[in-house]
Each structure stands twice: as structure tokens, then as C-alpha cells.
Ligand binder design. Sequence first.
Ligand SMILES: [Fe+2]
Length: 376
Amino acid sequence: MTTKSDGAKVADHWWELAYDRWLASQDVPVHTGHYVQDLRTLERGWWSLRGCPGAVLNLTGHQGVTEAHVLEIPAGQTIPPFRMALEEVIYVAEGQGLTSVWADGHPKVTFEWQKHSLFRIPNNYFYQLSNARGDRPALTVHVSYLPMAMSTNPNPDYFFKNPYVDTSELYGAETNFYSAQAVQRQIIRRDSKTTSTQWYANFFPDLTVWDKLNVYKRAGRLAYNGGVRFPNSAIRTGLMCLPSRRYRIAHRHGPGVTILGIQEAQGFVIMWPEGGDYVVAPWQEGSVFVPPNQWYHMHVNSGAVENRQLRIFPPQPLMNYTAPDPKKYIPFVEEDPWIRKKFEEELAKNGLTSLMPEGAYTDPDFVWDEDWLKED
Ligand SMILES: [Fe+2]
């Protein structure tokens, strides 16, 4: 048997990610690494695809599942219409403006947003972003499943030149698709008796004032969380609020969870592969981190105010929920003492002390006080 090459470049989209190949063809700055301290100050550059300055975050933990990018809408301007045959979640990191959404031959639906708004663009609808301020740029953060989708179909034209739109999504409902009024629904989990409150809407005006969060107590992962969900969407989002001077135990799961700091905060994140070195990332408003596949990670609030985060999850099968993992969590009693020491050192820099109960570190059967989370 003989082999020969005709010199043509062969793309192996299975091994070499189609998304990475496509991204290499784009003229936008791409930021890599494990985290970004403040996405608002990332270097941005002209992105021809979008007709505005932008910056792509292709972080280690995105791992071919999800993508995130920042767009700058210059002061007083409207950027060109865009559409993609995948839904997008958009968070407003800075500024005030308008979004118009439409399908060909149908009326535009327009709504106003501000800093800390969150909204969804349904699959393949045209949308156009305008900056309502004449004196400063607006910054939007976009998250989608484009890398994973390109792993199943590597042709970019399928996503950027696809004519199909399900018009019933935007135009079929009796109420305004982008109504800011959320619908509260109780969800009973399949394998637990706890219920959680989910808030369904396609537009959330300000995530920092969103209340009705649940106390999230499982396995000492003490924090408040809340479902902020888009109806009929494949993309799951949620809020997590970590009270001041406290932290959650380390845990691990699958890749692609984009976690974004949406409120002024002081703290840090620690992440590491089992048996590997720690990566310590500072945490503040505008910080982003994406825990790599099965890396332990923990959120530490060493400041005086609540630490509020938006989490945008990958498709559910990728979270590894179905894979039994006896070491999914590291209880406080088994924690590396360096972590507590680091936490207390960072608190001291802010003139603060820990609110973590001593017994949690020494007693495997430690029972948490119900009111512990409420303490300031
Ligand atoms: Fe996590």
C-alpha cells in the first residue's frame, strides 16, 4: 500500500477544535489563561465580524464547550446588525443602551438596558445594539455554545449565514418577549426534596438588585443562589451570592461554566487539578473565571460586602452530574490549612476577621447554625 500527499491541508476537526481554527481566522484580540481580573479593561481591537471593537475570552476552562467575548459599543453609536444560528446570553458590564431584535419581514422589538442587565437573543434573530450615552462606551459580554456547536458542524457559514428562524419564538407569544417581569416557579428536583425558586424571563433589568435567592446549603457550600432562567432556552444561568468574610468548600465538575463578577467585591478564587498546583485569581467586579474540567475550585470572599456572581453553565451533560464522584467536594476538615491561612491573611489586609466557625475545620459532624449566613 502506498500513500501520497497532494499538498492540500487536511483539517482534523475532531482533534483540532473547529472553533479554534475559526477563531484564528478572526481579527479580534483573543485572551487566554485561567482567568481575567477585569474584563472591562481587557485590550479590545476592531472585530470585522461585528463591526466594532471587541475581545474574545478563550480561557483554559472553556475547553471547546462555551465561548465568551466582550463588545464595545462606542459612545452614541449603533453597531451593525448581527445574527448567529445559536442563542446568545448578553450581560451589560458597562453603560446604557438599546437592543432591537427582529426576523426578516417582521417588526423590530426594542428594549432598553443598563449596567447589570441580562438578556437573551434567540437563535438566529437579527439583533442590533445601540449606545444611549454620548460620552462613554458601553460594554456587553456575550456567551454562547459556539465552540461545542462547531465541534458537530465545523462550517462557520452554518452559524453566520443560516436563513432559518423560528418566528414563533419572538412573535408567537401574547406578551412582550422582553417583558422585564419575571415569572416565579417552584422546581422540585428529581432526586431531592428541596424546592428552588426559578425566575423566568428573557430580560432581567438589574441582576444586582435581584432578591428571592435561596440559601444553598448542600455539603457546606454555604451561599445564596438563585435560578435566573431563560424560558425555552438551552442555556442555564444562575446567580450566586457569597456573604462577606466567608468561603465555600472546594468542589469540581465539568468544563465551560463561565463565572462573572457582577458587583464590587474583594476576594479571590483558588483552582487546581487534583494533586496539582494552585492557581489563585483575584476577584472583583468584572472578573471572569472558568474552572477547567474536574479542577477543584472555591470562591473566597475576603471583603466587607457580598460577592455576587453570574454563572452561565454549559449544556447539562457536560457538568458530569451523572458520573459518581466520591471526591466531588473537599470538606473543611480535609482542607489544606494553607487555604484558611491565605483567607485570614487577605481578610487582615482589609482589617477584617473570619466568620468561618472553628468547628467546621475540626469536627467532621459539625452542624451549621441556620442563621450563620445572615450574620454580618
Ligand atoms: Fe463550580
